[in-house]
Design a binder for this molecule. Structure first.
Ligand code: NAD
Ligand code: DAU
Length: 376
């Protein structure tokens, strides 16, 4: 029996991790701790909310007394920490919230876990604090090959048509932290606290740094769901700058599977990069999304190309992210399962088939779901 708190389980990636753990491990108790900010949506977990091994707690990771109580009441053995403010554009407008949630929230969880685990006879034996971080902490890589070169590495996730890399270098686990945005600075700060709790107190911590995720249940402020919805409604697609920035895209369920493997088999105090060697220039991925939406809606090819609208660039916009995940493949045998073409088709189809989910999010109605569910 294991009792695990997953923070941020009502968000995009967290909901996939909660679903995977609740379904795969009926012998575990999964406690989803989520504040339900604008990004938290319990409709993401409708299919598992009645499972006997699942508990939802509405609460803030910055609330020390709450976390202390949860640790004791549920005899918590493990924490998988995903709760965060996650959107770069919001961090540019409101950095304080990012420092509060991402840095102070992580520190609060660490301190409450430390107190509880140190009070037990077995102390840290069999315990685990797993912190989910991002490739953005490594800063930005150069776009040395704007036309793309054949990538030296591929995985099942790499696009079949498009094995490009846009530079020679990749982020390694040893790459120096150089965050540029308030978001990535706050994630870097939280990563440092996690490692400090291992180095100072011997807490069994693990940190992973993943590339851009895409898939169902992503909040439509992020590029792919925002653009799918805009194309559907024939609204302009705001492309920042020249659309030349490069991101490395991984299907969200493959990230969740990596989290499962690393939570169970990862080496304490270690760091693993997670990614699929699947780099895309924004403008190219946008064209794929337009083409896929138009095809699935039965619109003629090219019908929506003129929705592309170049707008002022994001401040401090990182040029290129490209993650080297070979350590995770080599040491723990994780491989992405879904090729990019399949993943994007599945994703577009999901958003088109789940218009009600999208409408509830864009209208704000999703926030009533919690009230209807829990204020009975
Ligand atoms: P998200 O914004 O979709 O979800 C965040 C969740 O955290 C929401 O449910 C929200 O309600 C909850 N939350 C926010 N503040 C909280 C607080 N103070 N207390 C409790 N809950 C709180 O985020 P996401 O995209 O699913 O990202 C999850 C994690 O993965 C984050 O830590 C992010 O930095 C990291 N990450 C994301 C990506 C990506 O591409 N989305 C890639 C790599 C790493
Ligand atoms: O790399 C991992 C990170 O990926 C995560 O840590 C973050 O939580 C997640 O939000 C994501 O960050 P990005 O900034 O890369 O994602 P976003 O979807 O906001 O933007 C992807 C790219 O598309 C980026 O270069 C900015 C650009 N963009 C984005 C939006 C929302 C546009 O051109 N127009 C847009 O409207």
């Amino acid at each position: 029996m294991k009792n695990i708190i997953i923070t941020g389980g009502a968000g995009f990636i967290g909901s996939h991790v909660v679903r995977l753990f609740v379904n795969k491990y009926p012998e575990y108790n999964i406690i989803n701790l989520d504040k339900l900010t604008y990004a938290g949506n319990l409709a993401n977990l409708k299919d598992i909310e009645d499972k006997p091994n699942y508990t939802f707690v509405k609460g803030d990771i910055c609330d020390f007394e709450l976390i202390r109580r949860l640790m004791r009441e549920h005899s918590v053995d493990g924490i998988i920490h995903l709760a965060a403010e996650s959107h770069v554009d919001r961090s540019i407008k409101d950095p304080f919230t990012f420092a509060q949630t991402n840095v102070m929230g992580t520190l609060t969880l660490l301190q409450a876990a430390k107190e509880y685990w140190e009070s037990l006879p077995e102390k840290y034996e069999g315990k685990r604090f797993y912190h989910i971080s991002t490739d953005e902490v490594y800063g930005a890589l150069q776009l040395t090959n704007p036309e793309g070169i054949e990538s030296p590495f591929t995985t099942k996730a790499s696009s079949s048509e498009h094995h490009h890399a846009y530079g020679e270098d990749f982020f390694l686990e040893t790459t120096k932290y150089t965050p540029h945005s308030p978001y990535s600075a706050s994630k870097a700060g939280s990563d440092h606290f996690v490692r400090a709790f291992h180095d100072t107190y011997g807490m069994p911590t693990i940190v992973t740094n993943c590339s851009n995720n895409y898939g169902p249940y992503q909040f439509p402020e992020k590029l792919i769901p925002l653009f799918i919805n805009n194309i559907r409604h024939r609204k302009p697609l705001p492309v920042y700058g020249e659309g030349l920035n490069v991101r490395d895209w991984l299907y969200v369920e493959d990230h969740a599977r990596a989290i499962d493997v690393i939570f169970h088999k990862g080496k304490i105090a270690d760091t693993y990069n997670i990614g699929g060697f699947n780099e895309w220039k924004n403008i190219d991925i946008i064209r794929v999304v337009i083409k896929t939406v138009d095809r699935l809606l039965g619109r003629p090819e090219g019908a929506d190309d003129d929705l592309i609208t170049y707008v002022t660039d994001r401040m401090g916009h990182d040029m290129r992210y490209a993650i080297d995940s070979r350590k995770l493949q080599r040491e723990l045998g994780w491989e992405p399962s879904l090729q990019f073409e399949e993943g994007i088709e599945k994703t577009v189809r999901w958003y088109l088939d789940n218009q009600e989910w999208m409408d509830n999010v864009t209208s704000g109605d999703y926030q009533k779901y919690y009230q209807d569910m829990y204020n009975r």
